[in-house]
Design a protein around this ligand. Structure first.
Ligand SMILES: Cc1cc2nc3c(=O)[nH]c(=O)nc-3n(C[C@H](O)[C@H](O)[C@H](O)COP(=O)(O)O)c2cc1C
Length: 260
């Protein structure tokens, strides 16, 4: 399939769905938006943040350089091919630990952005089908490229259930909770820190979209999840952070809207 041909049809017979006839105002969301603007009195500018907590896990990730990654495609080709998976093939096909390692290595790269002087996001994994990795829940420690198993639970059902019952989080090979250290961000940046944490989660998500695409996998960002239930499932105290974003990576079901 040629790259130039694979795109969502944009001809006159294709129309976007109208999801709602009216706009609902959520005043608390507008309030948070206003409170976290740079001009707001609580904005303290960029100051040095306390370092992110460091830790270790019992599973050392294999070097991702060993993988024939980004197979001959340019960045532009990969970026244009990237689409959100509607769902994932939930069968037996698994991804390799080297693929997972490559995706996680990408999330640990420094960002060239003013909001990213310090990192506030922590990745938790719900590993469903990764070769050589026992299904379960893991915490990723980026400095050491290690995974710490924090529980062998019914993680596949949990990943979908916690993601507002969206089955794609259970059908993926691996799903993620990104948690954000909002308190440390607020100590460094005032109320503006709330946005920086979300910027960082979004940037990590887009890096994972591209890495998954480059590796022949698919990905979907998941913004719909049960915050409090996720925090409880991961045993997070407020000092450790709160869930900000979910994500899933696996083998996408074919999207018939994409034209070959
Ligand atoms: C922050 C964010 C949250 C999202 N949340 C969901 C979600 O909860 N469920 C879902 O099926 N897709 C979700 N998506 C995928 C979007 O539906 C998808 O990105 C959008 O339709 C545009 O398609 P594209 O990514 O292929 O360009 C999310 C994407 C982003 C970036």
């Amino acid at each position: 399939m040629g790259l130039a041909e694979r795109r969502v049809g944009a001809s006159a017979d294709v129309h976007a769905n109208q999801l709602s006839t009216e706009r609902t105002i959520y005043s608390r969301i507008d309030g948070i938006h206003a409170a976290t603007k740079p001009g707001h009195r609580a904005f303290r500018g960029i100051s040095a943040a306390e370092p992110a907590p460091s830790g270790a896990g019992e599973i050392k990730l294999p070097p991702s350089a060993s993988l024939p990654v980004f197979t001959g495609r340019s960045f532009g080709e990969v970026a244009r091919m990237r689409r959100s998976a509607l769902d994932f093939l939930g069968g037996m096909q698994s991804m390799s630990l080297a693929q997972l390692s490559a995706i996680l290595a990408v999330t640990a790269q420094p960002f060239s952005a003013d909001f990213a002087g310090a990192r506030f996001i922590q990745l938790y994994l719900y590993a469903h089908r990764v070769d050589g990795l026992q299904p379960g829940v893991y915490r990723f420690w980026p400095e050491r490229a290690e995974l710490e198993q924090i529980g062998v639970k019914t993680q596949r059902v949990a990943a979908a259930g916690l993601s507002l019952g969206q089955e794609l989080a259970g059908n993926a090979c691996v799903a993620f909770s990104m948690t954000g250290d909002l308190e440390r961000a607020a100590r460094a940046h005032g109320d503006r820190g709330y946005r920086y944490v979300h910027f960082e989660a979004g940037a990590i998500g887009q890096c994972m979209y591209l890495a998954a695409e480059a590796l022949g996998l698919g990905a979907t960002g998941i913004g719909a999840f049960y915050d409090e239930k996720v925090n409880r499932y991961l045993n997070l105290t407020p000092e450790q952070g709160q869930v900000i974003y979910h994500f899933a990576i696996g083998y996408p079901v074919p999207d018939l809207r994409l034209r070959a």
